[in-house]
Design a protein around this ligand. Structure first.
Ligand code: SF4
Length: 188
C-alpha cells in the first residue's frame, strides 16, 4: 500500500474495471466519482449508473454519485457552436469537477477511466488533466490504462455489466445510429 488516496472519475462500469484493479495493484486507495452530465438521454445515464453500481459491488469500491449535478443543459451550453471540438470541453468539464471534489475530500491525486478507452482522444485527456491540475497540491495521476483493454472487456462480459453502444452525448448517439436513418431514406 502506498497510502495514497486517488479520486477516479468513472464514465461507466466496463471502463472502471481495469483502472481500479491496476491502481490497487500499485497500492492506491481508490474512490470512484460518477459525474457525467454529457450522457443523453437520462435513461442511458441511469443504465450506465447501474453498471457502475454493479461494478463497484464486484470490486468492493466506494463511489460518489454526483446525480444532483446531472445537468445535460449545462453540458450542451458548454459545447454549442463548438460541436467539432466538443470532446475537449466534455473532458474538461468532468476533470474539473473531479479535481474540485478531490480537493474538498483531501485526496492525494485524481484520475479518470477515460484513459482506458481506445475510442477517446488519449493525449488530449492526459494533457488536460495535467493542465487542470497545474502546480496545485492535487496532481493528475496519468496512466495508460488501455493496456488492460481486453481484460476489462472480458470481465465486464463475465459479470454481465451494461455495455453502452455510443460514447454518451446526443451527437455521438446520432453518429452511432445515423446509418439507420440513411437506410430509411434510401427506401423512399
Ligand atoms: S463524443 Fe463522447 S467525449 Fe465527445 S462530447 Fe460526446 S460524450 Fe463527450
Amino acid at each position: 500500500m502506498n497510502n495514497k488516496r486517488v479520486l477516479l472519475h468513472i464514465c461507466c462500469g466496463p471502463c472502471a474495471i481495469y483502472p481500479v484493479q491496476a491502481l490497487r495493484a500499485q497500492g492506491y486507495d481508490v474512490t470512484g466519482l460518477y459525474f457525467n452530465p454529457n450522457i443523453h438521454p437520462l435513461q442511458e445515464y441511469l443504465k450506465r449508473r447501474q453498471g457502475v453500481e454493479a461494478t463497484a459491488k464486484r470490486l468492493d469500491l466506494t463511489v460518489i454519485y454526483k446525480d444532483k449535478d446531472y445537468d445535460p443543459a449545462a453540458y450542451l451550453r458548454n459545447v454549442v457552436f463548438r460541436e467539432k471540438n466538443r470532446c475537449f470541453h466534455c473532458y474538461a468539464m468532468r476533470l474539473e469537477k473531479t479535481l474540485s471534489v478531490a480537493k474538498r475530500g483531501g485526496f492525494d491525486c485524481f484520475s479518470t477511466t477515460l484513459l482506458y478507452s481506445k475510442f477517446q482522444n488519449h493525449q488530449t485527456i492526459a494533457d488536460l488533466g495535467r493542465d487542470i491540475a497545474g502546480q496545485g497540491e492535487t496532481p493528475f495521476l496519468y496512466q495508460d490504462f488501455r493496456e488492460g483493454w481486453q481484460q476489462g472487456i472480458d470481465l465486464s462480459r463475465e459479470w454481465n455489466i451494461y455495455r453502452q453502444q455510443y460514447c454518451g452525448c446526443i451527437y455521438s448517439e446520432m453518429e452511432r445510429y445515423h446509418r439507420e436513418l440513411e437506410k430509411v431514406m434510401a427506401k423512399r
